[in-house]
Ligand binder design. Sequence first.
Ligand SMILES: Cc1ncc(COP(=O)(O)O)c(C=O)c1O
Length: 454
Amino acid sequence: MPTSSMIEPEIPTDVNPIPASSYLSFLSKDAKARKPSPIRGLFPLEQTPGVISLLAGKPNAALFPFTSVQFTAPPSGADASGSEQTLLKVDDDLLAMGLQYAPTSGIAPMVEWLTEFQEQEHARRKSEGWRVSVTAGSQDALYKAIQALVDPGDPVLIEKPVYAGVIPIFEALHCEMIEVETDAEGLNSLSLRETLENWPSSKPKPKVLYTIPYGCNPTGATTSLMRRKEALDLSRKHNFLILEDDPYYFMYFGTRPRIASYFMLEAQTGDRSVGRVLRFDSFSKILSSGIRMGFVTGPAPLLDAIDRHTAIANLQPSSFSQAIILTLLRSWGRQGFLAHVQTVAAFYRAKRDVFEAAMRRHLHDIAEWNTPEAGMFFWFRLLLGENGDSESVIRTKAFEGGVLALPGTVFFPNGARTTYVRASFSLLEEEQVNEALRRLRVVMLKEKEDLKGQ
Ligand SMILES: Cc1ncc(COP(=O)(O)O)c(C=O)c1O
């Protein structure tokens, strides 16, 4: 199976970072108004040799009742349920960092690890003006990034359908959500082009495109290389930022070589102007969702704005979570981490296959779908004819019939009627999958009968 570890792309040297000053026009009024925290802004000075700091209201760590933290983990690439486990101890220095208040963007060794990882994974150099901030999952980063870039009432480009978790963020800002079509190849760049080329000259252009390039939630689609390149071209031509929300990046289980991220591609395509991609990674799907850790990678001025928001909202991401994750990552190393995500991807590929086999068995004549190559979702269209609507069938009738799934409507902010349904294949065993889809079939056949009678 293709993995990132097999591809060690050359790092291009001739990129053109867009000037730092140009980000002023991207920042929202809120972001511009947020001042650096008067206390947190001075934290780095505490490291000045010889300085005695009376600065931060840090509690005295001598009274923290955690004196040692250790946990077990499988060797890299092995199944977590396997019998072989390694005992890992959080280093004393790291534990001290993990128990105390820490820098807003993340503890230094974690940020360093992630920066080096991103350099290699996406073939980028940190001298190009980007950096990494750790966040409490990617949702935290997304919320803050959108607040940093979008003013109330602004138009924003979103995929149709779109991850339901960003809709309320845009709604609260009363944004005009401009829907870009998607299909089996992901974001439809032709639809994006048409939207932008027909943009009314009197109206300010959108500053951001929000997209999920791998195993999209909800469609499961992975955006093709050609589409990504076209979207990047358009971002240059029409000067917008690409919010690359990629929590399913490491869950790619397709048979073709991995497609480069937008963050990688911007340094390798067109005029190689870089700095229009803000990339969101998450450890939720591959290490733990409860540990709440993700990281955002992109132009320093945008990350500074996100950090200023963090400094007032929650001060910093959990340093304790970072200490645990870093202990694991240090023990595995980069290659070990990549071996782990390969195991994760193979696991979900098998789950996908089981689910699809059950779909063929139970839904072959009543639904249509594309096969996802990443992530954990099937997005299928119920063949209910013109009057069909998955909302009532799925939300009410399927639930009464003993199966719970998400009607497609929750992914359409503009209230479109749809016969699509999102089903997650991450958890269930084969028997439960078959039973769930058998129940759905019963509900669907009844619904079709009822619709015929109308
Ligand atoms: C597309 C997408 N973005 C962001 C998130 C939030 O992830 P995290 O747990 O890292 O906050 C999810 C979670 O399901 C998601 O599907």
